[in-house]
Ligand binder design. Structure first.
Ligand code: GDP
Ligand code: IMO
Ligand code: MG
Length: 449
C-alpha cells in the first residue's frame, strides 16, 4: 500500500543513529530532520544520553525526550527506553516552556530507572575494578539487568503503590550484596521511594500509551516517522567494544524490538559521524590523540559530556570503525558534523587502516583485547582554517562549492575511504549551519535551510 499523507507529502520513515562512540551531533541532526517528520520516536537508552539542539531561542539539552521535540508534532518515548520518571517530569516541564504544543507519548512498557538503580550502577562499577566501564552513573545497566531478569518496573507500574513496593523489595532482595551499607535494605526507605515514584506516575499518567499501537496508527495515517537512536554503534551491547558499551542495542536494526515497528518499512538510515572522534568512558580508542594536541581539540570543540560534564577523549576519524558502523546500520548516507571545529587544527589526520603484528586487518576487530593492540595507518589532510562569518551565505549561494577546497577534499576522502556518501554537512552548532543534500526535505533541496 502506498502511504501518502493528507497534504500529499512524501511519507518519510527514517532512522538516525550514531556511528561512533556517541556525541556525534545526533541531537542537532535529529532536530534538523524533524522539520520533515511528523512523529519522532526515541527507542533506546535513558538519561545516559545527552542531545544538544541550538536554535535562535537558545540551547536545549535532551536526555530522555526525543531531540525532535522542538518542531515535531508528536514525540514518543518507546518501550526500548529506560526512564527515570522524576527526571522525565522535569524535562517535560522545561520542554513545555519552549514548545507548549508538542504531544508527548510514553510507552507503558518502558522500564523505570529509580535511585536504587543509580546506586547499583556505582556499586557495580566499584566491584569491576580494572573492567570498570566509566558509566554515566544514570542507572542504565542495572535497569536493563532487571528488565531482562524479569524483575523490572515498567512505566505502567507507576500507577500502583503496592506493585511498586513489591518490585522494589524484590530488587532489593535480589541484589542484596550490592545494597550492603545502604538504606535500600530497609522497608521504610523502600516505602518512601515507592511513594515518590507514585507521585511521578500521577504526573505522567496522561502521557502513557501502548506506543506500538500509536506508532502504527501514525504510520497508517500517512505520517512521516523518524526513529532516533541514542549513543553510538560502537557502544552497542552486542556489536560495540564489549564490555565498554552501554546496555542497549544502539544500531538502527534495534528499532523493531524497541518500538514494535517493522524494520521492513524503514526507508532511510542516516548515520551521524563527527569529523573526528570523541569518547567518554574507558576502553580502547585506536585513533586517540593524547597530550597537548588533545587538549587543544577538546577546547576548540567544547568536548565535555552533555550529561556528566566529563572531559571527552578525542581522536582522529577512524575509517575501519566508521565502515564497520556504516555496514552494521546499513546506512544510506553519512551526516558529517563539526567540520568547523576540525578545520581549525594546524594538523589533521585520518586513520584509514589497521595492522596487527605488521599484517593488515580486513575486518574491524571488535574484541577489545585485539583492538588494544592494533596499529593505525594515517593519512595527512590539509586543514581549511576557521570558517568565516560569510560561510552561510557562500554555501546558500553556491552549495558545496561555497566551502573551502580543503574541506571539500576532506569530505571526498571520507566518501572514498568509507564507500558511503556524505549527504549532510554540519558546520556549526546552530540549526541553520547545516548543508543538506539528502532529499529528505523538499526533493530539490540541495541547499542550506
Ligand atoms: P549527541 O549526543 O550525538 O546528540 O551529541 P551532543 O549533543 O552530546 O554533543 C555534540 C555537541 O556538538 C553539542 O554541543 C552540539 O551543539 C555540538 N555540535 C553539533 N554539530 C556541530 C557542528 O557541526 N559544529 C559545532 N561546532 N558544534 C556542533
Ligand atoms: P549520546 O546519546 C557518549 C558511554 C558511557 C560509558 C558507557 C556505558 O549522548 O551520544 P552507561 O551509563 O550507558 O552504562 O555507560 O557508554 N555512553 C555514552 N557516551 N554519549 C552517550 O550518549 C553515551 N551513552 C553511554 O560514557 O562509557
Ligand atoms: Mg551526547
Amino acid at each position: 500500500m502506498l502511504h501518502i499523507s493528507s497534504d500529499d507529502k512524501v511519507q518519510n520513515i527514517t532512522v538516525v543513529v550514531g556511528l561512533q562512540f556517541g556525541d556525534e551531533g545526533k541531537g542537532k541532526i535529529t532536530d534538523h530532520l524533524s522539520a520533515f517528520h511528523d512523529v519522532v520516536i526515541r527507542y533506546n537508552g535513558g538519561g545516559n544520553a545527552g542531545h544538544t539542539v541550538v536554535t535562535e531561542k537558545g540551547t536545549t539539552k535532551f536526555h530522555l525526550v526525543p531531540s525532535g521535540a522542538l518542531r515535531a508534532g508528536t514525540v514518543v518515548l518507546s518501550n526500548g527506553m529506560v526512564i527515570d520518571p522524576i527526571a522525565l517530569v522535569e524535562e517535560i516541564k522545561k520542554l513545555k516552556e519552549v514548545n507548549p504544543d508538542v504531544r508527548i507519548e510514553v510507552s507503558r512498557s518502558a522500564h523505570v530507572v529509580t535511585e536504587m538503580h543509580k546506586h547499583l550502577d556505582l556499586a557495580e562499577e566499584d566491584v569491576r575494578k580494572n573492567l570498570r566501564i566509566g558509566t554515566t552513573a544514570q542507572g542504565i545497566g542495572p535497569t536493563y539487568e532487571d528488565k531482562y531478569g524479569r524483575s523490572g518496573i515498567r512505566m505502567s507500574d507507576l500507577l500502583d503503590l503496592s506493585i511498586l513496593k513489591e518490585k522494589l523489595r524484590l530488587i532489593s532482595r535480589l541484589k542484596q550484596s550490592l545494597f550492603e551499607g545502604s538504606d535500600y535494605l530497609y522497608e521504610s526507605k523502600i516505602d518512601d521511594l515507592a511513594v515518590k515514584l507514585l507521585e511521578s506516575g500521577k504526573l505522567l499518567k496522561e502521557y502513557l500509551v501502548d506506543s506500538e499501537v500509536t506508532i502504527q496508527a501514525a504510520y497508517d495515517a500517512g505520517k512521516s516517522l523518524m526513529f532516533e537512536g541514542a549513543h553510538g554503534a560502537l557502544l552497542d551491547i552486542d556489536f560495540g567494544i564489549y564490555p565498554f558499551v552501554t546496555s542497549s542495542n544502539t544500531i538502527a536494526g534495534a528499532l523493531t524490538n524497541d518500538t514494535g515497528f517493522s524494520f521492513r518499512k524503514v526507508k532511510t538510515v542516516v548515520g551521524v559521524a563527527k569529523a573526528y572522534v570523541s569518547k567518554v568512558g574507558n576502553g580502547p580508542f585506536p585513533t586517540e590523540i593524547r597530550g597537548k594536541a588533545a587538549e587543544v581539540l577538546r577546547q576548540i570543540g567544547s568536548e565535555f559530556g552533555t550529561t556528566t560534564g566529563r572531559p571527552r577523549r578525542v581522536g582522529w576519524l577512524d575509517i575501519p570503525a566508521l565502515r564497520y558502523s556504516l555496514l552494521l546500520n546499513d546506512a544510506d548516507f553519512i551526516a558529517l558534523t563539526k567540520l568547523d571545529t576540525l578545520g581549525m587544527l594546524d594538523k589533521i589526520q585520518v586513520g584509514y587502516a589497521y595492522t596487527l603484528n605488521g599484517e593488515p586487518i580486513q575486518h574491524f576487530p571488535k574484541d577489545f583485547r585485539i583492538l588494544e593492540k592494533v596499529t593505525v595507518e594515517y593519512k595527512d589532510v590539509q586543514p581549511w582554517g576557521k570558517l568565516g562569518d560569510g560561510i552561510l551565505e557562500d554555501v546558500r549561494k553556491n552549495g558545496m562549492a561555497g566551502f573551502p577546497r580543503e574541506l571539500r577534499e576532506y569530505v571526498s576522502l571520507i566518501e572514498k575511504l568509507s564507500g558511503f556518501p556524505v549527504r549532510i554537512i554540519s558546520f556549526g552548532s546552530r540549526r541553520e549551519l547545516t548543508f543538506d543534500r539528502s532529499n529528505l526535505g523538499a526533493p530539490d533541496m540541495d541547499q542550506v535551510i
